[in-house]
Design a protein around this ligand. Structure first.
Ligand code: ADP
Ligand code: MG
Length: 388
């Protein structure tokens, strides 16, 4: 069994410093580290003032940063060929991958911080475009590093403000609408726990996730079907949700009741809203099941969530459906697609002694269907972003 490994933080910190040296001839003043995430349950609920339950992965992005006197900004990545260079005034017009980094610097300036010119080099082990939020990991690694340069303390409130800046970077500069789950968990997660996030009041609560004690593994399978959130699928689902809100005359789908949703006459809008309303309930049920140590119930919620995303929200794809079906047949307690959809990853809750069988069954099913080989990783609830 081979898994995508998170790497040792000390080694990755050394590598990212070396990258800044060799690319720009600069010595890093600070290195920020921010984790990718996987969502246990609660998909497309963030922008509907709902609930979600993600955890931070051990896989993370590292940003080495050195300030400059002249106000210029240079950005490079081990994972991308094209560096970016411009002035602080150009940040909002950055495009491509560097927009995620430039966007954070822009948003911190917008928030009133006196961000200096900087050289930034990034590197890491979060798979890109796999639904594991490499984009938020990238933003948050830069945000914690620059916050440290600026002497901003990382209290919970300051972390919430950084999450807001990272969200603005992704929505307004990178051009990918995002509801805030990814940035929130990357900046506020606690090791050993998933993070229950309530998008009505932005309260968060750690929900302990003692997978090891329960003899379970959380398997993440990247289908390597590239999802493109900048494309229309995500935006059109948001639009359908807004339509439902208008038709129902509620503040948000958080406040819609299922009977009213079932009475909507537009068939598509009805299904979209039904997903959101039932998914919020499933997040509650999953958090309660975890509190009670009832993993079978967690598994049932996963499966119900997958069916809702496949049939009502229509954001799954054949590869994701194959992972879920195969994993369950091979002994998983439950499985579901995770993340924004249209590709990306699925998660399976698997008794440790069945892990190898599940991985093998999924790989075999992909070969049989003629799909590209998937990549697997093991998720452990890890700590939030920090400077090293
Ligand atoms: P996800 O967040 O699920 O990985 P997104 O499409 O939201 O997928 O974000 C992926 C994009 O983020 C990449 O295509 C790239 O533009 C950018 N990105 C993420 N991590 C890095 C990195 N380490 N170096 C350069 N760009 C990155
Ligand atoms: Mg993303």
């Amino acid at each position: 069994m081979s898994f995508v490994e998170p790497g040792a933080p000390a080694d990755l910190a050394r590598d990212v410093r070396a990258g800044l040296e060799s690319t720009f001839g600069r010595t890093a003043t600070v290195v920020g580290r921010a984790p990718g995430r996987v969502n246990l349950i609660g998909e497309h609920t963030d922008y509907n003032a709902g609930l979600c339950l993600p955890l931070a992965l051990p896989h993370a992005t590292y940003a080495a940063v050195a300030p400059r006197e002249d106000g210029r900004v240079r950005i490079a990545s081990r994972q991308e060929l094209e560096p970016w260079e411009g002035s602080r005034e150009d940040l909002a017009s950055a495009s491509g991958w560097a927009a995620y980094v430039a966007g954070v610097l822009w948003a911190l300036r917008e928030a009133g911080h006196d961000v200096p010119g900087v050289d930034v080099f990034v590197d890491g082990t979060v798979p890109l475009g796999a639904g594991l939020s490499s984009s938020a990991a990238l933003e948050c690694s830069v945000a914690v590093a620059v916050a440290d340069l600026l002497g901003i303390e990382t209290t919970p409130d300051a972390r919430r403000a950084l999450a807001t800046a990272c969200m603005r970077a992704e929505s307004e500069v990178a051009g990918a609408p995002t509801g805030g789950m990814d940035q929130t968990v990357s900046l506020l997660a606690e090791a050993g726990a998933a993070l229950l996030i309530d998008f009505e009041d932005h309260e968060t609560r750690p929900v302990p996730l003692p997978l090891h004690d329960a003899g379970l593994a959380l398997l993440v399978t990247d289908t390597r079907v590239s999802h493109a959130l900048v494309d229309g699928g995500y935006a059109s689902r948001r639009q359908d949700c807004e339509d439902a809100v208008d038709r129902l005359g509620v503040r948000s789908l958080r406040h819609a009741d299922l009977a009213a949703v079932e009475a909507l006459d537009d068939e598509r809008v009805r299904r979209r809203a039904r997903h959101v309303v039932t998914e919020i309930e499933r997040v509650r049920a999953t958090a309660a099941a975890l509190d009670a140590g009832d993993w079978q119930e967690v598994g049932r919620q996963f499966l119900a969530s997958h069916v809702s995303m496949r049939d009502d929200f229509e954001i799954s794809c054949p590869e994701l459906d194959t992972v879920v079906q195969t994993a369950v047949e091979a002994g998983a307690v439950g499985a579901r697609m995770t993340g924004g959809g249209f590709g990306g990853s699925a998660i399976s809750l698997v008794p440790v002694e069945r892990l190898e069988a599940v991985v093998r069954a999924v790989d075999t099913a992909f070969v049989a269907a003629g799909y590209r080989a998937p990549a697997h990783l093991r998720a452990q609830a890890s700590a939030a972003a920090a400077v090293l």
